[in-house]
Design a protein around this ligand. Structure first.
Ligand SMILES: Nc1ncnc2c1ncn2[C@@H]1O[C@H](COP(=O)(O)OP(=O)(O)OP(=O)(O)O)[C@@H](O)[C@H]1O
Length: 641
């Protein structure tokens, strides 16, 4: 009932007038068959009794014709009202669903397969169920009106037949409800297989996957994995369909036998003079009408029941518990004045995963450029995500100027942070939008976007694109064929970039160019209190890396920032270098201090520097160019020096 009320409320809010019109048209359509049957009976009886006068026949004929016209028009109008209601409800339901998904503060929900299955069901059924429930409720009302009308007629013509016909339909109703529950359970059961099938389906047409698929010849293998999921899901669906066939067939045959028996009685009664010919016509229409109505009722109730069971997933997502606790009245995140401190932070991605951070203690002082270093898997990106509160530590705390970030408004905290993630996004949108999404409040501010692009070394190649900043960075769509319009929009309002204003194709960027755009996106938020850059230069050529890190050094001066990089040369002048190992801070200090200490940093730095040596081993210099403790003497050989 809660689901039905929620679905109906959604439909009502989406368009009260439309919903009312839909209801009235449906009820009018329901009354028409009963009125038509009575008019037909009256006409037949008048003619059979020889009492038909011309005006009476004209009146009845005109009324029947009017019913015919209405019967032709009303269902069309009702269908339009239903479709329009469905469209509006679909939009409202989709918007509410994605708002709800956005309300989850962190990332954990999106890594939980049960939640993802539920989200898929919610997406599939959230948009359509409310419209279908409205249809079903009105369908129930329609069949009830039609059924009640015919049942009344049956009571007049053959009173004992009415309960028989009703009882004959009861098994059908019970069977439909049982089947609906089984079908909803089956859809939930096959959800994971269908989600995997969807994954393989997307993979098979994904341009990035296409390269490896062609080279490694994995297409057939992946296709088989996809088909296997479809076969398994089809087998379950087939089993359900066969069960429905058996159960519905038996219930239908039972009802038909009852109706057939009644018809035999009516024919005998008419032959014996107990019923008029008009009565027989009305009786046949009434039996068919009541049975049709009851079967329709069973189907509508069952469909609504099934939809509501599935709609439960939509409501579960909407009313889902927050993934990370937020106090009812969170404090606004204040401007950073002292720094961010991680105190004895323990974190693992779930209780099934090993600890990623194990009692990590670290202070990021205000105004300091911090460099974060460590082997693959040491936990650097995890630390970055915790700083943005994508997850909460299981033990310990993260303090923003002394306040636990769990007490702060998450949106307010994030508004104070600018970041480039290691797995940054490449949006299939225009270059301006790709940068502007860093700060949607300024997405139309072309001057700021250009300034951010210049800072990230992206302005040159963006300006040289066919439509400059308005060039679509995608080959998935045509430029200018978007009915909804671009977010950042062309200030001149131009449409396509093809010849004659026709839609043109977009452009693809290189890996390093994408990376510079991601950096520009972060620069658009460059005035934020904390700047986090996770491997911002990994795809850049040597020249670009040098140029960008010089810009970054300038940008980070006096700002609180964390830069993660494996290219240790780019971090050497960070005020504080922090080395992570085994989920803890293994060492920290300035470059020279760490080299002198001869620990992990010195080891990694030495290995990397060896690769940049200009002196060949044959020259007698077999030792690493930067042995532990070599200090600044070897600096000249390193890029970014
Ligand atoms: N979303 C996740 N779910 C489960 N485990 C994860 C997740 N993300 C990372 N991990 C695990 O956490 C550990 C630390 O990963 P993280 O990405 O923080 O390392 P990193 O230091 O940034 O490594 P790299 O230098 O390779 O980027 C790894 O063992 C990884 O498998």
């Amino acid at each position: 009932m809660r689901g039905a009320a929620a679905a109906l409320a959604l439909a009502w809010r989406a368009g009260p007038w439309l919903a009312t019109a839909f209801a009235l048209l449906t009820l009018a359509g329901a009354a028409l068959p009963v009125v038509t049957a009575w008019l037909t009976k009256s006409a037949i009886d008048l003619i059979a009794r020889g009492a038909a006068t011309a005006p009476a026949l004209t009146g009845l004929g005109t009324a029947l014709a009017a019913c015919g016209v209405l019967a032709a028009v009303v269902p069309q109008a009702a269908r339009y009202a239903r479709e329009e209601t469905g469209r509006r409800v679909g939009l409202a339901a989709q918007d509410r669903l994605f708002q709800a998904a956005e309300r989850f503060v962190g990332l954990a929900r999106f890594e939980d397969p049960v939640f993802l299955d539920r989200l898929r069901m919610a997406q599939q059924h959230g948009a359509t169920t409310p419209g279908q429930v409205v249809s079903a409720v009105l369908g129930i009302a329609r069949t009830t009106v039609t059924g009640a009308g015919f049942l009344g007629s049956l009571l007049v013509v053959g009173p004992w037949m009415a309960p028989v016909v009703v009882c004959a339909a009861v098994p059908s109703l019970a069977a439909e409800l049982w089947l609906a529950r089984r079908r909803a359970a089956m859809l939930w059961r096959i959800g994971p297989a269908e989600r995997r099938e969807f994954f393989f389906r997307e993979l098979l047409v994904n341009v990035q996957a296409a390269k490896e698929m062609r080279l490694f010849g994995t297409g057939a293998h992946l296709r088989e994995l996809m088909n296997g999921r479809r076969r398994a899901a089809n087998a379950e669906r087939g089993r359900t369909d066969r069960r429905e066939l058996r159960v519905q067939g038996a219930a239908g045959a039972f009802g038909a036998l009852a109706a057939g028996g009644g018809l035999v009685w009516a024919l005998h009664a008419a032959a014996g003079g107990g019923l008029t010919i008009g009565d027989v016509s009305l009786f046949a229409a009434a039996v068919a009408g009541v049975q049709g109505a009851l079967t329709g009722l069973a189907v509508e109730v069952a469909a609504a029941h099934q939809q509501l069971l599935l709609f439960g997933h939509y409501l579960a997502v909407l009313g889902g518990e927050p993934d990370l606790p937020v106090p009812p009245l969170p404090r606004p995140a204040p401007p950073l004045r002292r720094g961010v401190e991680l105190r004895d932070v323990w974190f693992r991605y779930s209780p099934d995963h090993p600890w990623t951070l194990r009692g990590l203690n670290l202070t990021i002082p205000y105004g300091e450029a911090v460099g974060l270093v460590g082997r693959n898997g040491a936990g650097k990106s995890t630390l970055v995500k915790l700083l943005c509160r994508m997850y909460d530590p299981e033990r310990g705390e993260i303090l923003w100027d002394g306040t636990d970030i769990r007490e702060l408004d998450p949106a307010g905290l994030r508004a104070r942070i600018g970041a480039v993630f290691q797995d940054y996004m490449q949006y299939d949108m225009t270059a301006a939008e790709n940068i502007g999404l860093g700060d949607v409040g300024r997405i139309g501010d072309r001057a700021r976007i250009e300034a951010a692009a210049r800072g990230a070394g992206a302005h040159g190649f963006v300006a040289a694109l066919p439509r400059g900043y308005d060039t679509l960075l995608s080959r998935l769509f045509f430029q200018g064929d978007d009915l909804g319009g671009d977010l950042g929009g062309d200030p001149d309002g131009g449409a396509g970039n093809g010849p004659g204003g026709a839609p043109g194709t977009g452009v693809l960027l290189s890996g390093g160019q994408w990376q510079r755009l991601a950096l520009a996106r972060a620069y658009l938020r460059g005035d934020r209190d904390l700047l986090i850059l996770d491997e911002p230069g990994s795809g850049l050529d040597a020249e670009a890396e040098h140029e960008i890190h010089a810009g970054l050094r300038e940008h980070r001066r006096g700002r609180t920032s964390v830069l993660v990089s494996h290219r240790l040369g780019t971090l050497r002048d960070a005020g504080l270098l922090v080395v992570l190992d085994g989920g803890r801070v293994a060492e920290q200090g300035a470059h020279a201090e760490l080299l002198a200490r001869g620990g992990l940093y010195a080891h990694l730095f030495g290995l990397q520097a060896q690769g940049y040596r200009t002196v060949e081993p044959d020259d007698g210099d077999l030792a690493p160019a930067f042995p532990p403790g070599a200090g600044d003497g070897a600096r000249a050989d390193l890029p970014g020096a």
